[in-house]
Design a protein around this ligand. Structure first.
Ligand code: BEZ
Length: 225
């Protein structure tokens, strides 16, 4: 474990930083602005799983934009390497990767975000220094961390799942609801336990009670007129 480990939790403010990216220098909080942000790291440039992951994320760009989400990648290599690798990603996946990738050769930002797993001996560079793992942070416009994920180097992530979490969080921020297992946009939602039945009648007319603590309602915004 890193001696200066500073665990980031759900509800923590995402630390601010300055960095060079493939789209120019950024100050992270200014980059977030009024958007949601998905900050995700991958072990290194020119690695096979990462090459497929970045292609998938590039292809989902419209879906992120529809949800007011900016995507930003990070790997522990320099800008020149990133720019060369993007050419490969575009060629292999037939995409036009348009989101920034942070150059973090000195691992300053990955250390700040605890993206280095010192115990994962399958994920070391030639000098035995840990690469970044596959971390994901969903950050809201208030700069609050709303999701963290840490995947092993050997397993590519499911970015549809990350979009699904964004949908759930955004819906839950606007309505007093939660979302059940395997929920996806358009499915029934759960009335938040803090909502009384009296309030639920007004907020979710026709809601369905399975147990006093488990009440389902149509997803707000999807009811027929
Ligand atoms: C990959 O992206 O394929 C990868 C990266 C680091 C270690 C193992 C696999």
């Amino acid at each position: 474990m890193s001696p200066d480990r500073n665990p980031l939790r759900l509800g923590s403010i995402a630390p601010d930083f300055e960095a060079e990216t493939t789209k120019g220098p950024i100050k992270f909080h200014d980059f977030i602005g009024n958007s949601w942000v998905i900050l995700f790291s991958h072990p290194a440039d020119f690695t096979p799983v990462c090459t497929t992951e970045l292609g998938v994320v590039a292809r989902l760009q419209d879906k992120f934009e529809e949800r007011n989400v900016k995507v930003i990648g990070l790997s522990a290599n320099g800008l020149e390497s990133h720019q060369e690798w993007i050419k490969d990603i575009n060629e292999v996946n037939d995409v036009d990767l348009n989101f920034p990738i942070i150059a973090d050769a000195d691992r300053k930002i990955s250390t700040l975000y605890d993206m280095l797993d010192y115990q994962d001996i399958t994920n070391l560079d030639a000098k035995g220094i840990p690469f970044t793992v596959r971390s994901v942070f969903i950050i809201d416009p208030k700069k609050t961390i709303r999701l963290t994920l840490s995947y092993p180097a050997s397993t590519g992530r499911n970015f549809d799942e990350i979009l699904r979490v964004v949908d759930s969080l955004q819906l839950g921020d606007k309505n007093r609801i939660t979302t059940p297992a395997n929920w996806k946009h358009g499915d029934k939602v759960i009335v938040h336990p803090s909502v009384s039945n009296e309030e639920a009648e007004k907020l979710f007319p026709g809601f369905e009670t399975v147990k006093p603590y488990l009440r389902f309602a149509a997803q707000p915004g999807t009811q027929k007129a």
